[in-house]
Design a protein around this ligand. Sequence first.
Ligand SMILES: *Cc1c(COP(=O)(O)O)cnc(C)c1O
Length: 228
Amino acid sequence: MNSLAANLDQVRSQIAAAAARSGRSADDVQLIAVSKKQDGEKVRAAFDAGQPIFGESRVQEARAKIPLLPAAVRWHFIGHLQKNKIRHALPLFELFHSIDSLELARDVERIAAEEGVRPRVLLEVNVAGEGSKIGFAPETLRSEMENLLELNRVQIEGLMAIPALASEPQASRSYFVLLRELRDELESEFRLNLPQLSMGMSNDYEIAIEEGATFVRVGTAIFGGREK
Ligand SMILES: *Cc1c(COP(=O)(O)O)cnc(C)c1O
């Protein structure tokens, strides 16, 4: 087995073990292999080794990569979506993890209506607070949820977060708990179903799964380091 296939195997077995610790099955957690800044050959090798879903964070890079790979490869968008890239991005990705403002959600709604599509999305929450400006602050999300729910093209399926990079993976746990509790709160306050929680990267995905992640976004642990 080559090292990429071995890495995938290793990640999959860690996912299964962490899912079991949270009383779930491995099938309850989907692995997004983050292929940003990795070349298409590596994506193909991972796909051939049985990995179906890949994550990209830049529309331009994805537009170059996706046409060279088998049509059966599934793509998720995990980066900041720029307004002028929405139209290009809509047909490429089956899920947008990172809708990070009401304004962006409204732009996606408008363009989705023009294109006649119903994009599936997650809302990115700024769980880390001060350090980062990306994502809905939890209070903002509570107050803007009503507006978000008026959008009828955009299908909101859950929440996503990127905690500040910590040297100690356990340090992320409280952020994962925060995201799950915010989800639970929004579900009961707005009588919604928000089944998906996208949280956890190479250094902390096992902890994210213990706290309820349904998507983990893992790059380095599968592909090794990225090109600069
Ligand atoms: C790059 C990236 C990842 C993957 O990070 P690794 O540490 O390589 O696993 C996950 N999520 C997002 C949003 C990213 O940009």
